[in-house]
Write a protein that binds this ligand. Structure first.
Ligand SMILES: *Cc1c(COP(=O)(O)O)cnc(C)c1O
Length: 351
């Protein structure tokens, strides 16, 4: 089966080989307090920094999911309040999860055809600004220029960015925010159960000022353990190993970004002029590069998804409120050109 699901998504072809290697090398039962594990943690962090252009001064933590990162930010970083600027289901979910722990969390919803409304952020805001860089539910993105202007305009704020469905697929300017996180079952092309959380010195400072250590996954404890290249609980060692192996083989993020961008342009061209299947988002300046959300009549979507499956192609369902009216196609690095051609050949008769 070729999977175009935008998460959990198709994994790299080499994964079975790497899992066998992990078994042979004893990684599957590796002790997480051993020097071998500490070396693995360190090597993976070095590779992440080199391959994704993460500044050396930033710290990298391993958690089990992006949802866990939402909660870590709420419990360990947000002091008084947070502002959640979102246009879709994932950003909204982040807000609701945060609100349970931080009642003063504020929602700032915006239209998914519009650019993120910077003006709606109060002047000299100093709380935590929560932004979903790539909204997986509707296929929109907040581009690098906007993130950078927010960083410049709000130097007192701490900026947290959910990049779950874009990190590893597009080049991100890590300096333009303080906390970035992504789980690995999207653009990293790996099985679920691991997430990467990237923190600037400013984020670490804010965590220290909040001084919260009441949880096994309090950021202060993760930070203390990371200083020893360890984790506070037995982590997904296999996941970290697979991340290390795939990163080693990866091209630079600029090269990957170019590939994802030209594939995205090719998809735009492919659907252009079709009376039956169109992009859900009409404004190309806010359209995601990594997740394509397409709209068609619900009956047609059902037929397409079903027929695709019989041909060995898995398409992504619409998400949340968009379930009936949309379907999604992942534009993630682990997908091969031949597979895209196969999907286009299949879809051509429905255009
Ligand atoms: C998939 C996704 C999540 C949730 O990731 P988990 O690993 O399931 O916690 C959060 N945010 C975005 C934008 C996503 O695409």
């Amino acid at each position: 089966m070729i999977s175009f699901y935008p998460g959990p998504s198709q994994v790299y072809n080499d994964i079975p080989k790497y899992v066998r290697d992990a078994h042979t090398k004893g990684i599957l039962s590796m002790n997480h307090r051993s020097t071998e594990f500490m070396d693995l943690y360190k090597e993976t962090v070095t590779l992440l920094k080199t391959k994704l252009n993460i500044p050396d001064s930033y710290k990298i933590f391993f958690t089990s999911s992006s949802t866990e990162c939402w909660e870590i930010i709420a419990q360990s970083v947000i002091e008084k309040d947070s502002l959640h600027i979102f246009n879709g289901a994932f950003g909204e979910k982040w807000f609701t999860y945060t609100q349970r722990l931080v009642p003063a969390a504020q929602p700032v919803p915006f239209d998914c055809e519009s650019k993120l409304p910077i003006k709606k952020i109060p002047d000299s805001y100093s709380g935590v600004l929560c932004i979903t860089q790539n909204e997986t539910s509707n296929g929109t993105e907040v581009n690098a220029d906007i993130l950078l202007s927010i960083k410049r305009k709000y130097p007192k704020a701490l900026i947290a960015v959910d990049a779950t469905s874009s990190m590893g697929g597009i080049a991100l300017n890590f300096k333009s925010a303080d906390i970035w996180f992504a789980s690995v079952q999207k653009c990293f092309g790996l099985p679920a159960g691991l997430a990467v959380m990237v923190c600037s010195p400013g984020a670490i400072q804010r965590m220290k000022s909040k001084n919260e250590s009441g949880h096994y996954n309090s950021l202060s404890i993760l930070n203390e353990m990371a200083d020893k290249w360890q984790t506070s609980y037995t982590p997904n060692v296999l996941g970290i190993y697979l991340l290390m192996r795939t990163l080693k083989k990866r091209k630079s993020i600029e090269q990957t970004h170019q590939k994802i961008k030209s594939r995205s342009e090719a998809w735009q061209k492919f659907f252009r002029g079709s009376p039956h299947i169109t992009f859900f988002i009409k404004n190309e300046t806010v359209t995601s590069l990594t997740v394509l959300t397409l709209t068609a009549k619900p009956e047609l979507i059902k037929v397409i998804k079903h027929r695709a499956k019989t041909k060995g192609i898995l398409l992504g369902d619409g998400y949340g409120g968009l379930k009936q009216d949309t379907f999604r196609i992942a534009n993630f690095p682990a997908i091969k050109d031949t597979e895209i051609r196969k999907l286009q050949q299949f879809l051509r008769s429905y255009l």
